[in-house]
Design a protein around this ligand. Sequence first.
Ligand code: ARG
Length: 483
Amino acid sequence: MSSNQLDKKSEAWSALFSEPMSELVKRYTASVFFDQRLWLADITGSLAHAEMLAAQEIISQSDRADIERGLAQIRTEIEAGSFDWKLDLEDVHLNLEARLTQLVGDAGKRLHTGRSRNDQVATDVRLWLRGEIDLIIDLLNELQTALVDVAEKNVEVILPGFTHLQVAQPVSFAHHLLAYVEMFARDVERMSDVRRRTNRLPLGSAALAGTTYPLDRERVARTLGMVDENGVPQVCQNSLDGVSDRDFAIEFSAASALCMVHISRFSEELILWMSQNFSFVKIADRFTTGSSIMPQKKNPDVPELARGKTGRVVGHLVSLITLMKGQPLAYNKDNQEDKEPLFDTVDTLKDTLRIFGEMVGGQPDAKTGKKEGGITVNAQAMEDAAKKGYATATDLADYLVKKGLPFRDAHECVAHAVKAAVSHNCDLSELPLTVLQGFNTSIEKDVYECLSLRGSLNARNTLGGTAPTQVLAQIARHRQRLI
Ligand code: ARG
């Protein structure tokens, strides 16, 4: 076969095919216009494979040198945007191999020895995803740092904590933000865990059954950094599983969907907090838009879109898991459909995390390096809201328990007190002592300490509670973790 015979896919197969593919089928089966983004992983995998083939004396050192030279040239062409991607060559793998053969002749044709596109694509996706997971972990850590920065400035700022979106108990705004830090920290744990199972080598599984060549798969794994924390090479141990396993992609997608769900919860709160009825926070203008008809509007488009895009990422998880359902061993073309949902999940998650990091913490000023333009907190509005809704009612019940009342009786007694406060249109702390004593004679002057927002906050001084001492301890812990 001459080197340019590989220009057409039908010719890449074999002489077995008696008719060419129709244009429609070509378009239907091709993946090159989306899987070309795997090109660097494909080259990296090919280099490691060629190095091993030469070390095992399956190809000559001079073939290996030609392959390296050709792949370096291809890399330059792709980076320069001059590489000619051909639909006729179906996917990234055949495009690169054909160009390599054009450039270096027979050595290019030897690269595929002991390899199939089945183990090749599985390797490429894993290599590519591993890099993306690392970027996502960095972005998740940056977002956590931004949240901790804002938290640190707002330890003493009180807002109403809600259950059922009804005022429940006062909490520190920092404490509220740190709840999201916990969620994103778990997202990092999940991503790191998925990374371990992603970082395993399918190459050497060949089409499905392994190969007759004396490949050194562990050598390839080491070259590609597919090793565990002790440097032990991680190689898929069953060739049928190696070519068909996409669990890592599904797991990644699940971890991403959950991370977006966390983002969507935070988005929803930002949207509420920005509304006129709350006015708790402002986000910088560049994350909002105006209305074409209502001049007074500043709409929280970014959080709203993030909330919307969560649906899209959850949808990708459903696509991927459904793609695998019922697939017989080993490789099936269905798996080509894993790319677009996976790519879009990565793009959406990365963009969202980057935007949220900036929206919360601001961007470093060009001159001072100090971060500017993060969220602005309206402490007064938060505190005013906390004063409404009898947020310290539980504190009064706890006060009575400390005076010896059983909790259920205290609960009932406070319900009467709240009813009285409602009819006087005032807060519990504004009821005169004599009125309060009418509900229980053990109530004394010191009750007003526990009815204050700050007193309520300070009283919740157990691990994980909202008392400023606890919150400061958590901030210190996160700081250490996030260095
Ligand atoms: N483009 C294919 C994919 O993404 C590569 C593997 C093709 N293998 C095959 N036997 N047709 O899955």
